[in-house]
Design a protein around this ligand. Sequence first.
Ligand code: NAP
Length: 260
Amino acid sequence: MELKIEEKVFIVTGGAKGIGEAITLELVKENAIPVIVGRSADAANRLAEQIKADGGQALVIVAELGEDGVCKDVIDQTIAAFGRIDGVVNNAGANDGVGLVDGSSSAFKNSLMKNLTHYYDLVHYAVPHLKETKGSIINVSSKIALTGQGGTSGYAACKGAQLALTREWAVELAPFGIRVNAIVPAEVMTPLYEKWLNTFEDPASKIKEITSKIPFEQRMTTPEEIAGMTVFLLSGRSSHTTGQWLFADGGYVHLDRAIT
Ligand code: NAP
């Protein structure tokens, strides 16, 4: 299947590591142009150099997306460099463990800034350009939006809101031919996940315990499996799919636990 996204420009937040990196590389495989946005300058620059050395194109924008004014600047820089935006992948985020009992109001609000408000801001400023290309938007959410975890109110609020916004924006942007979908991962081995795993005394037995409960093949989802779904949804090959939550999770959220 040809995705026909050559030379098209896609902004990927958190595009230098984990799921975002896999999406960036999948876009490059299709000869599209990723704009890698995130706060990890070294990782982003290394990745962009590798892409350019292999004959591809990429732009790096180093930014903490939780800061005011950053998202407009990302859009302005992208337009200055390429003159178009064909899609936005809202992906940057981290489970920051701001709980209800042990957290605080200010920590909760900070979590919203780091994990949610930039999803809105980036798309808000991108819309005029997405109207011109009939672009596509992907919000990377999390199973926590639907299953709960405990001890992480901020992150859960953000991930739930991302799913609501996916449907809300799908309606508001449909008249312009802009599609909006969400991807819902559950357990994906990434630098963020590894960091969390290493907080346990015995990470090896913890990962065994986790994967034993994943219905399909009792294994982690790979970042590439999320990336494949994302790039398909960005492309015109999914041209009548909008307002959907796609679960690339080995059945974690929907299949009966009795089978694991
Ligand atoms: P990751 O390995 O930490 O990669 C995320 C990248 O985004 C990192 O480079 C990180 O920078 C950057 N980033 C995060 N918040 C940012 C912000 N506010 N401003 C700028 N850059 C920011 O994480 P991942 O596991 O690939 O997660 C990607 C997305 O998938 C997140 O939205 C996460 O909630 C979601 N998700 C992941 C899993 C999983 O199992 N991995 C499950 C469900 C949902 P630093 O390196 O500086 O932190």
